[in-house]
Design a protein around this ligand. Structure first.
Ligand code: GLN
Length: 539
């Protein structure tokens, strides 16, 4: 078992997660069995209760673990599904150590950060590598070197390098910022020098520096970093800002990162095959024409909240070769401003993503109504799906007070109601229906044609469901069920009289990958292209 640890210095937000994902991808391109692991130095046990405003989207894995959005990047770059143990948080580590202490596992010893917390971190890291049968585990350490929170993890990694035996069994890649300052645009290496010194003071000697900057750094700057930081020059890698994150694996490969890392880890050289990946990025960049997709969300200010949706549209662009432009609408503003609401008439399709709480639901329903009445293609996801049912009940069935009990617990027409499963209420993270589950699609429906099969598996994250008592009324007025779960939950519906009016209880966005875009996004964009060709061009 070999390890590559990716740390970050100077500032956060340098794209360390994308760098680590791309490193994993170029190992995979060589046929090296690789597995990623993300360390989040926060005290939350998982990301389930975290506010997307602060933190970006909560990503859900097959096993139902709610994780940091970086895990989504790993899945997308590797084209593989991961399990919850690929995310270690401070909360998880402490919980495990405290449980062991209560059980008496430490035999009366004083339980301390070193060796007990660091020992648990190492155990968790080794376990991920071993259970996934990987040759190389790529470990990303969240946060910035020097943060108090990440100290125990860096110490654990230092110890791990010592324990793996040979130095060549573990490589450290340090991501830093090379700012370009002044009128003449001078690239500055000092922050990198300080950051490397900081890392060394913790006993970690990096093997490779990934120098992030707006533009490529010159050979001269590489030489300087090499000299001052004591890193071989060929191991100083320039990573300028990229037009598209999916360009990074190819860039790193061209910079020789794959060969260098194989050498550092003393693995025999193997050629990299990135053919499919390159075909995807080429189609992406050469896309012609444009469709505009309106996304109506609550956290519209922070596009990270809907990262997987945006990525799914990028994947679709690389698949269909048409530019997919996402236009963000703040749901709350939509109901306040008619000119803004009118702009919705000029998009080629609408997506209503998931969400929690009352804020913004009226704006989302306004958008759904517009899509339903105008024939604009619509995809409602999770809350978007539930609100499509509420909107339909109110404006087509004439049940003016119809609502979800999430927003009006006393409504006389609870068309969306709490999940009827029993015994799920454990803690806040546990009250939801989470993770991957089978969905059976109804033959002959648009949804089943889009997937091209009957049995699918999709990921879930919800507490409410469509109230099945209303199904006969929905069917009668033209909203047809297109998919159900084994327990009878309504998973998808559609309006056969509409070109593309689809709602899904599950989260298709979590399963879309560059090399395998999700069929519902491809379907939505194709419907948008058709609509556009059909004579409603956007201005
Ligand atoms: N708030 C809704 C529920 O709990 C939808 C959740 C979501 O969109 N992820 O069912």
């Amino acid at each position: 078992m070999k390890y590559v640890a990716v740390t970050g210095g100077v500032i956060s937000g340098l794209g360390k997660g994308i760098t680590a994902s791309s490193i994993a991808r170029i190992f995979k391109a060589r046929g090296v069995a690789v597995t990623p692991l993300k360390i989040d130095p926060y005290l939350n046990v998982d990301a389930g209760t975290m506010n997307p405003y602060q933190h970006g989207e909560v990503f859900v894995l097959d096993d139902g673990t709610e994780v940091d959005l970086d895990l989504g990047n790993y899945e997308r770059f590797l084209g593989e599904s991961l399990a919850g143990n690929h995310n270690i948080t401070t909360g998880k580590v402490y919980r495990s150590v405290i449980e062991k202490e209560r059980r008496g596992d430490y035999l009366g010893n004083t339980v301390q950060i070193i060796p007990h917390i660091t020992g648990e971190v190492k155990r968790m890291i080794r376990e991920v590598g071993e259970t996934s049968g990987a040759e190389v585990t790529v470990i990303e350490v969240g946060g910035t070197v020097g943060d108090i929170e990440s100290m125990p993890f860096l110490e654990a990694l230092r110890e791990l390098r010592q324990e793996v035996g040979k130095r060549e069994d573990m490589a450290f890649v340090h991501t830093t910022l090379v700012p370009v300052v002044g009128a003449v645009g001078e690239a500055k290496t000092k922050p990198t020098q300080h950051s490397v010194r900081e890392l060394r003071s913790l006993g970690i000697d990096p093997d490779m520096i990934v120098a992030r900057s707006t533009l490529p750094i010159s050979t001269e700057i590489k030489q300087k970093i090499s000299l001052f930081c004591g890193i071989r020059q060929e191991n100083v890698i320039s990573v300028p800002d990229m037009a598209c994150i999916y360009d990074l694996p190819v860039h790193l490969e061209n910079e020789g990162v794959g060969d260098r890392l194989m050498q550092i880890l003393n693995l025999p050289p193997r050629p990299a095959d990135l053919t499919n990946w390159k075909a995807f990025t080429e189609r992406y960049h050469q896309a012609s024409g444009e469709v505009r997709i309106g996304v109506v969300g609550k956290y519209a200010e922070l596009k990270d909240s809907y990262l997987s949706h945006s990525e799914a549209f990028h994947h679709t662009q690389g698949h269909l070769g048409v530019n997919v432009k996402v236009v963000w609408f703040d749901a709350e503003d939509l109901v306040k401003s008619t000119p803004l609401a009118d702009q919705l008439d000029r998009v080629d399709a609408i997506l209503i993503p998931g969400g929690y709480g009352r804020r913004g639901i009226d704006g989302k329903m306004l958008a759904i109504r517009k899509a339903r009445e105008s024939g604009t293609p619509l995809l409602g996801v999770c809350l978007g799906f539930q609100l499509a049912a509420v909107e339909f009940a109110r404006n087509v069935l004439g049940l003016a007070d119809a609502n979800s009990t999430e927003f009006d617990p006393g409504t006389k027409n609870p068309v969306v109601d709490l999940l009827r499963e029993q015994g799920r209420v454990k803690d806040l993270g546990g009250t939801q229906h989470l993770g991957s589950e089978k969905v059976v699609l109804t033959e002959g429906t648009l949804v089943s044609r889009i997937y091209g099969r009957k049995d699918i598996r999709e990921r879930h994250r919800h507490r409410y469901e469509i109230n099945r008592e209303y199904l006969p009324k929905f069917e009668e007025k033209g909203l047809h069920v297109s998919g159900v779960a084994p327990d009878g939950r309504v998973e998808a519906f559609e309006m056969p009289t509409h070109p593309f009016f689809i709602g899904v209880q599950y989260h298709p966005e979590f399963l879309s990958r560059p090399e395998a875009p999700h069929p519902l996004y491809v379907g939505l964009v194709k419907a948008a292209m058709e609509r556009r060709g059909g004579g409603t061009p956007a201005p």
